[in-house]
Structures are given as C-alpha cells and as structure tokens.
Design a protein around this ligand. Structure first.
Ligand code: HEM
Length: 378
C-alpha cells in the first residue's frame, strides 16, 4: 500500500518492482503553443508528485473546493492508499517533427538518434490509431482504480493541450524486475520474466538500460528508451496445441520454467545440447533461443509487460494478449535486432499478431520541486 518516491536520478516505474496493474496512455499534442505545452508539463509533474504520494491530483482536492467549480480531482481514489503508483513519462518521435517534417516546438535538433522510428517487421499488422503518440504516460499500481484515476486526471488537466490517442489497461504483470519477486505467468501459461534485466544488476543496467553521457543529447542522460507492442495472442489456437509442442516453442518447461534440458528455473539454457534424435533440445526456432543475448550480440531488455483481455472479438474469441513493454539504452541495438530475428524465425509467431507499436524517449527522473517533466528538453 506504500508510496514509491517520485523524485530521483531515474524515473520510477522502470526498475521499480513491477506492480500488478497497468494503465498506459499515449497523447497527441493538439496545441501549437510551446508555452502552453511546457506549462502543462509543469502542472502534470505537480499532479504526478501528489498522486504517487496518495494525494489528490490538485491542491484543493475532490471535495472542499468552490461548489460552483468542477473539483481539481475526480474523486474515485479518495481513501485509497498510494498502492505503489508510479507515473513514467516518455516523448515520441512525432513530438519533435510532424509527418510533414515540421519542427513543431523548436526541439527537432534535440531528438536523439536512438529515438528512431521502428522499422516494419515481418508479420506486423499495426493499427495506426492505437500506435505512436507524442507523449506517453505509463501508470503502474497494485490497485487498478489508482492507475486509472491517475491517467484520467492527467487527461483532464491536459484538456485543450493534448488529447488521448489511445490507452491500454493491463493486469498480471508478465515480468519480474527484481529478484525479490516470484516470476508471474503470461496468458500462454508460461513463466515470463525469468531471464529479465533486474534492478539488482547494477553493471548491466548501466550498460543496457540507462542512456549514458555521450550517448546522445544531454537531456536524455540517465533516461531510457521505451518500446511498446500490443501483441494479440491467438489463445484458442494455442490451447489446442500439445504441451510438448508449447514447451518446444518457448524453449522452457511450462511447470517450473526451467530451460529444456535443465532442472531449475534460473539454470542457464544450453543451446548446444542435442537429444537422442540428434536435434537440439532447445529448437532452432524456440523463442528463448532467438531472444537470448548470445544470439543478439549481448543485447538485453528490461521487459515490463502486462496481460490484457479487452473482452471478446465478436467471433467467439477472447481479444487477449500481451501488452509488451521494454526499456533499453538504445532500441537500434536492442529491441530492433531482437525483434527482427523473432519476427522472421520465432515458432511462436503462428500464435501472435502485433497490432500496435510505440517508441518513446523517457527522460531521467525529476530531481526536486523546481524540476519538471521535459525541463531539460524545452
Ligand atoms: C523470454 C514469452 C514477445 C523478448 C520469454 C519467455 C517467455 C516469453 C515465456 C521465457 C521466460 C523469460 O525469460 O522471461 C513471450 C510472449 C510474447 C513475447 C508470450 C508475445 C506475446 C517478445 C518480444 C520480445 C521478447 C516481442 C522482444 C523483441 C524476450 C527476451 C527473453 C524472452 C529478450 C529472454 C531471453 C533469454 O535471455 O533467455 N518470452 N515473449 N519477447 N522474451 Fe519473450
């Protein structure tokens, strides 16, 4: 029920032990006025600092203000504890230049090279209306009402300056970002997050997660790049697949999550071992083989995704899957090569459809009360 500190060298919500619930939103900026955008970012920062501490979004609060005016908090989180709420902000490529190449807010020369548009991947079935966005906010909390309240109030405060482009609810974190957490399961029923970057891996976090001095523009030093992919999982087809085939597709056992041929969850996979039939025990097309750092020049990701079920699709199937979230130092060296390999060869693809995509530059943390989201950028 406790609060996660809002201020810090890095934004909370990245290495913070993954909470159980997600509300992720992407906004389009609808004003042309740079000053209005900057003052919104200031207002948002103040509201985020209050809400992550378990307080109302505004200074007066949901009740107690002038009866003639709409309250400065919507009220549905009154009485609820902070519930580990974190709010993590990111800036998308289109904030820097619009589709016509116009420098919208005089920040085009500050766009990091690492914030490159993602290439098209084999099999992509992306829907533009639920992809991209100028600014994103990831709200994670152990209470879904607290996460939704936070996003709702940021959207309310942003009225006239931003509009909600798309948003996504998630449950059942599909990753651990700390060794204190047990590994949860995704909707294929497999443990997800076993071989993840974790908060305790200080050296690897420096090397793989946080933008370092000299990587790009200074305003991103200490920040991280976020890739989101909404991945529909064809679970009815998966559910008709045999256990042994499911395990071969993943490359791990369903029960313990151990790599095939090994005993325990955290044993290192051995990709060289062959079975009696002469075939590799972990198949060439197995997801964990293709995604493993040894196959990708050492590249790793901090995965922080959530399951989703958006009801059913009208054809008798659940509209379900994984809202994939990954943080990294440079998507050009991490997500892009890994997903290029997966999109071509992963045996799991038969059961997946990537329907939305986003890439965002998440700046370092807010330092003190005078600092605000995007201060060093604008
Ligand atoms: C590992 C499932 C999409 C990257 C795993 C594992 C599972 C899994 C069960 C093994 C447990 C673990 O180490 O976490 C899924 C499902 C996906 C999906 C169901 C789609 C719905 C992706 C995508 C990427 C990715 C899009 C990146 C482009 C990884 C990586 C690992 C991994 C890097 C760790 C590999 C290792 O070091 O052993 N995934 N995954 N996954 N996945 Fe995925």
């Amino acid at each position: 029920a406790s609060a996660v500190p809002f201020l810090g060298a890095h934004q909370a919500g990245i290495t913070t032990p993954a909470q159980d619930r997600l509300h992720f939103v992407a906004f389009d900026v609808i004003t042309k006025d740079r000053a209005r955008l900057v003052s919104l970012l200031q207002e948002w920062t103040a509201a985020a600092a209050r809400m992550t501490a378990g307080k109302d979004a505004g200074l007066i609060g949901a009740v107690g203000g002038m009866p003639e005016a709409p309250p400065d908090d919507t009220g549905e989180a009154l009485g609820l504890p902070p519930s580990q709420l974190t709010l993590t902000v990111g800036f998308g490529p289109t904030l820097f230049r619009d589709a016509q190449g116009k420098d919208r807010f005089g920040i085009a020369d500050k766009r990091p090279a690492a914030l490159a548009d993602l290439p098209h991947f084999a099999g992509d079935a992306l829907r533009p209306e639920i992809s991209g966005g100028d600014i994103c906010v990831q709200a994670c909390s152990n209470d879904p009402q607290v996460a939704v309240h936070a996003i709702r109030n940021l959207a309310r405060i942003g009225m006239g300056v931003v509009s909600v482009r798309w948003s996504q609810l998630g449950f059942g974190r599909t990753s651990s970002t700390s060794r204190d957490q047990a590994t949860p399961r995704n909707l294929f029923g497999f443990k997800d997050g076993t071989a993840n970057l974790k908060a305790e891996d200080a050296g690897l976090l420096r090397e793989q997660l946080w933008a370092q001095p000299g990587d790009g523009p200074d305003w991103m030093t200490g920040g991280s790049y976020l890739v989101t992919r909404k991945i529909r999982m064809l679970i009815e087809t998966w559910d008709r697949t045999s256990l042994v085939e499911q395990e071969q597709i993943v490359g791990r056992t369903k029960g313990s999550g151990a790599p095939l041929g090994k005993r325990a969850e955290f044993d290192e996979p051995d990709f060289a071992v062959k079975g009696d039939d002469g075939e590799p025990v972990i198949a060439e097309a197995a997801h964990v083989r293709l995604a493993h750092p040894t196959q990708n020049d050492g590249a790793r990701l901090l995965r922080r995704g959530y399951n989703f079920v958006d009801g059913s699709d009208g054809l008798g199937r659940l509209d379900a899957g994984l809202f994939f979230i990954a943080y990294q130092r440079d998507p050009r060296k991490q997500f892009v090569p890994i997903q290029t390999r997966l999109s071509r060869h992963d045996a799991m693809n038969e059961y997946l459809r990537h329907v939305s995509s986003g890439v965002f530059a998440c700046p370092p943390g807010v330092r003190d009360a005078a600092d605000h989201w995007g201060r060093a950028l604008f």
